[in-house]
Design a protein around this ligand. Structure first.
Ligand code: SF4
Length: 417
């Protein structure tokens, strides 16, 4: 039985580097775009056999700044994927974009090729804060980018926002949320700023009094949950909110432990019980692919114990949460010690139980690292179970989900590419 798959393509080019960013992205490397492109195309071709074992229902072009890479190149990549993989016609196909590199002609082309979701890095509506964090665009450009995306045909638009920025007040944050909601996107992500060592902002603001403290950041988070809920955006993950029917199907795959395969420098994959990651450097990736050298940076088979830990860690990031029945079915492990702990969380207002599933409340999400850590400590006895050979069978069957679709009209056809 073939399985469902999410495909991720990493486009690590940016026009300039934002002051808080430690993602695998590069500014000033445009001259490598053609070589990177050819490497990706070769990598897709070489992966045909493994891709054909799946039905892809999500494709995600992330970065970096894919919109900066150019629409023709993106369309070319997507068409190459249509040749090598079985991609559903109704697949969610996402483009990450920055407001300063969104153009009607480009989006019209991408929409015609099958892209149907756009995720815009808006970050904040405050112009001073945009400058402070090194963004190249203004809020006005975000407004224009949303309008342009709609004109091109996109009706699934997401905005990324950041809170907890240096000098940001709760009133600033409230205004950003209001303006973002006012644009009527289908999806909003709200991330708390985390200063990453090695970034310019870390050098300037680590331990600075200008940074909102933990309590202020927690208040901003809870305010966002409440405000977005009131505006019709249901929280479905710690940082993600969507109008009904618009949670990111691709990102849900990460949290629900579904298979995904990544391409490009530093791209991660998790498929068939194996997790692996490619080398992060542009040149390393390009020369590895073109000269048939290994591009794997890390690879590990995920044992059942790790899978059950991930089930708890990732499941509790979502409001779908985790269930004792599911836990037992997948890992043949006793859920009752975890249930007792979750019951304590419920009494404290950190978790709720609905229809046999447990999930965190907003207050619980705030403490999620701590609370999940305690749950993981309770699984000592599972270590012994994990060493039992028959568990392998459970592990294999866990990956055999998904159903055969009817007819081939549901796929993009290679000749269209
Ligand atoms: S646009 Fe995104 S990936 Fe590029 S530098 Fe800024 S935050 Fe990082």
């Amino acid at each position: 039985m073939a399985k469902r798959l999410g495909i991720y393509v990493h486009i690590p080019f940016c026009a300039s580097k934002c002051a808080y960013c430690d993602f695998n992205s590069f500014a000033g490397s445009e001259r490598l775009m053609p070589k990177y492109h050819n490497a990706l195309l070769k990598h897709f071709r070489e992966s045909r056999q493994v891709l054909q074992e799946y039905y892809a229902d999500t494709v995600y072009f992330g970065g970096g700044t894919p919109s900066y890479y150019g629409a023709r190149r993106l369309a070319d990549l997507f068409n190459a994927l249509k040749r090598e993989a079985l991609i559903f016609r109704n697949a969610e196909v996402t483009l990450e974009a920055n407001p300063d590199s969104v153009h009607l002609r480009d989006l019209t082309l991408l929409w015609a090729e099958g892209f149907n979701r756009i995720s815009l890095g808006a970050q904040t509506a405050n112009e001073d804060l945009l400058k402070l964090i090194g963004r190249r665009h203004t809020w006005k450009q975000t407004v224009l980018a949303v309008k342009t995306a709609r004109e091109a045909g996109f009706s699934n638009i997401s905005l990324d926002l950041i809170y907890g920025l240096p000098t940001q007040t709760e009133a600033d944050w409230a205004e950003t949320l209001d303006r973002a909601i006012g644009l009527g996107p289908q999806h909003i992500s709200c991330y708390g700023l985390k200063l990453e060592p090695g970034t310019p902002m870390y050098a300037s603001y680590n331990r600075s009094a200008l940074l909102p403290d933990d309590d202020a950041q927690a208040d901003m988070y809870l305010y966002a949950v409440e405000t977005l809920e009131r505006a019709g955006y249901a929280q479905y993950e710690i940082s993600n909110f969507a109008k009904p029917g618009f949670p990111s199907r691709h990102n849900l795959k990460y949290w629900l432990l579904r298979d995904y395969i990544g391409f490009g420098a530093g791209a991660a994959s998790c498929a068939g019980g194996v997790r692996y990651k490619y080398v992060p450097g542009l040149r390393q990736y390009i020369s590895g692919v073109q000269n048939d050298h290994t591009i794997l940076e890390e690879q590990e088979r995920i044992g059942l114990l790790d899978q059950s830990a991930e089930y708890i860690m990732l499941g509790l990031r979502t409001v779908r949460g985790i269930s004792g029945k599911e836990y037992f079915r997948r890992y043949r492990s006793d859920f009752s010690p975890l249930e007792e702990e979750l019951e304590e969380y419920r009494v404290k207002g950190w978790a709720v139980r609905e229809d046999e599933r447990w999930h965190f409340t907003p207050a619980g999400f705030l403490l999620s690292n701590l609370l999940i850590g305690r749950l993981l400590d309770l699984r000592g006895e599972q270590r012994r179970r994990d060493e039992t050979p028959w568990m392998e069978q459970t592990e294999e069957s866990f990956y055999l989900h998904g159903e055969l679709p009817e007819g081939d009209e549901v796929f993009f056809h290679p000749q269209e590419a």
